[in-house]
Design a protein around this ligand. Structure first.
Ligand code: ZN
Length: 319
């Protein structure tokens, strides 16, 4: 009896959570739709009717946009991964709360972090992340929760923006302005690598270029989001949104590194479909040269504001 009660409770909360996540990614896509429609050259209404954005629970794929440009699926477990990892990060922060004029101390000692994060990474690989507690018996304080909510939401925005970038690439007939810059990044990276033959480099060029291009468009779309709820109360909200691009890429990189290490040190040097996350992170950091960041005076600064998260994530990745 006890057992069946528990199962029912879990199913209920999972269903409620799915509903919430589904609504969240649809809302983000809606906020990006005017800019995306403009770039494709159709009306917002036309884009709405011809593009479905939904939540998936297939653990194999983080996020997906079909090559004909008609649907986007964002995996719920990717969002749970971002949430749990950032929760641990936020627990280590001492954050001031202006409303209560109070300074909150970190909820956990940094020494505990590596083992907690490792537990989460392992659980994610076994598809058990949802039921694995990030912080057992530790509560985040009010100010930490505010930071966490914004960081997670910013990561989710970039995940949707990147897939929307693929949609724009598939549906735009004319030249994509970011494509040239994206191609240059790939060529400059591959050129000096002697171990790869010319035909091998050629095979990587197109898919990798598209990924960089989707990142750059994704960031541009993210920054086109108007100052509506929930951003109204965030202060420099575009600064937070910029950080989502960087942080989500770093968390993906951390997962990849973890998998590589489990792989007995056998390094997976190149994946045909996607460039290494580190290279993508660098491209995002240098992206003000490629995307229109006018009107965001703190664009460059926002990346350094959140570089603490990156240092934190990378540091943990090495343990
Ligand atoms: Zn992609």
């Amino acid at each position: 009896m006890e057992e069946s009660k528990k199962v029912i409770g879990q199913q209920y909360s999972n269903a409620a959570m799915r509903g919430e996540l589904n609504k969240l990614i649809k809302d983000i896509a809606k906020q990006m739709r005017p800019q995306a429609a403009l770039r494709i050259g159709i009306s917002e209404n036309e884009l709405n009717k011809s593009l479905s954005v939904s939540l998936g629970m297939n653990d194999e794929i983080n996020a997906y946009a079909d090559r004909r440009g008609h649907y986007i699926v964002i995996n719920g477990s990717l969002m749970i991964y971002y949430h749990k990892m950032l929760k641990v990060y936020c627990a280590t922060l001492s954050v001031g709360d202006k409303a209560t004029n109070h300074m909150y101390k970190p909820s956990i000692h940094p020494e505990r972090i590596a083992s907690i994060m490792k537990k989460l990474l392992a659980a994610d690989l076994e598809n058990k992340l949802l039921l694995t507690k990030a912080l057992d018996g530790v509560e985040l304080n009010r100010a930490q929760i505010v930071v966490l909510t914004r960081l997670v939401h910013s990561c989710e925005c970039f995940a949707v923006g990147h897939e929307m970038g693929h949609i724009i690439i598939s549906r735009t007939k004319s030249n994509i302005m970011e494509m040239e810059a994206a191609k240059k990044i790939v060529e400059e990276f591959l050129e000096p690598i002697k171990e790869l033959k010319d035909n091998e480099k050629k095979e990587l060029l197109e898919p990798w270029t598209e990924e960089f291009c989707a990142d750059l468009i994704g960031l541009q779309l993210t920054l086109s989001i108007p100052e509506v709820e929930p951003y109204k109360h965030w202060g420099n909200y575009k600064s937070w949104l910029c950080s989502g691009a960087e942080i989500s890429r770093s968390l993906d990189m951390m997962m990849q590194e973890y998998k590589d290490r489990l792989n007995n040190g056998k390094l997976v040097t190149f994946v045909n479909t996607h460039p290494h996350d580190y290279l993508r992170l660098q491209a995002i950091r240098g992206s003000q040269d490629y995307i229109d960041a006018k009107g965001i005076p703190w664009f460059g600064e926002s990346f350094s504001v959140f570089s603490k998260v990156i240092d934190f994530v990378l540091g943990i990745g090495e343990k």
